[in-house]
Design a protein around this ligand. Structure first.
Ligand SMILES: Cc1cc2nc3c(=O)[nH]c(=O)nc-3n(C[C@H](O)[C@H](O)[C@H](O)COP(=O)(O)OP(=O)(O)OC[C@H]3O[C@@H](n4cnc5c(N)ncnc54)[C@H](O)[C@@H]3O)c2cc1C
Length: 218
């Protein structure tokens, strides 16, 4: 995806600069309706070609892709994304480059990229789902990304879990919605830490955190 983002910048095309620094492939981004800094892949996709489970070739319009927060029909049905047509706008190359670079720098500064990690562990919390008695406490943390959310990191901080370790896995001190591998962490350590976070946040805020990552083999 990074290569595609750079290609569009070189052609002075606007629409994917939100994805500066986002790791992964274009197909993976479509499957998970990847998004950051207020942008989402669904905002640019016109059509997607995919293979269904019987290996039939499908061509889907944006609407048929059933994009939602970090999901799509491809994720729900396990279809394979082959290619996609995106709609972009002509823009100012320098400005687009600056936006993309600012996102890359933000990630370098704020995300614990110095350790192995799987990105954000939990989806952000829909502000509507924050219990009334806690709404005021988190009202200054609300961001529109892509709808009104509270970054999950705030609930993990509030639950006192920053830096919490299980085996080699640790709730990052730099960004608490990340779990980092300090060395020798097993998948089981990470899963235990995820379950602990879910329990503590549920107990303190009555919020059910949903994972953004997928589990394989558990
Ligand atoms: C440091 C870090 C930061 C991240 N930041 C963000 C962020 O800001 N926003 C965000 O949305 N995500 C973020 N992610 C998660 C992830 O990088 C993105 O969602 C990315 O788009 C996933 O693509 P991938 O190619 O890496 O998929 P993978 O992680 O390799 O795979 C994810 C799933 O997609 C499937 N898949 C891969 N390619 C295809 C295809 N062509 N067709 C169908 N299924 C496919 C895989 O089988 C797997 O089930 C971050 C991850 C990390 C590690």
């Amino acid at each position: 995806f990074g290569k595609l983002v750079n290609y569009t910048i070189n052609k002075s095309l606007e629409g994917l600069s939100w994805a500066g620094g986002l790791p992964g492939t274009f197909g993976g981004a479509i499957r998970g309706n990847a998004g950051a800094f207020g942008g989402e892949i669904k905002d640019s996709v016109l059509k997607v070609r995919a293979l269904d489970n019987k290996l039939n070739l499908k061509e889907l319009t944006n609407k048929q892709c059933k994009f939602s927060y970090r999901s799509s029909i491809f994720k729900q049905k396990n279809w394979v994304v082959l290619s996609a047509l995106v709609k972009l706008k002509k823009g100012d190359k320098k400005k687009i480059q600056e936006i993309s670079d600012s996102h890359i720098n933000y990630r370098k500064e704020r995300h614990p990229l110095e350790y192995p990690n799987a990105g954000s562990i939990f989806k952000n919390v829909d502000f509507k789902k924050v219990p009334i008695k806690f709404k005021k406490l988190f009202s200054d943390k609300v961001k529109k990304d892509p709808f009104e959310i509270v970054p999950t990191a705030w609930f993990i901080i509030g639950a006192g879990l920053v830096g919490k370790k299980i085996g080699g896995a640790q709730v990052s001190k730099k960004h608490s919605n990340y779990i980092v591998n300090l060395g020798g962490a097993s998948a089981r350590d990470v899963v235990k830490l995820i379950n602990l976070i879910k329990q503590k946040v549920k107990k303190k805020y009555n919020i059910n955190l949903e994972t953004e990552i997928q589990f394989i083999g558990f």
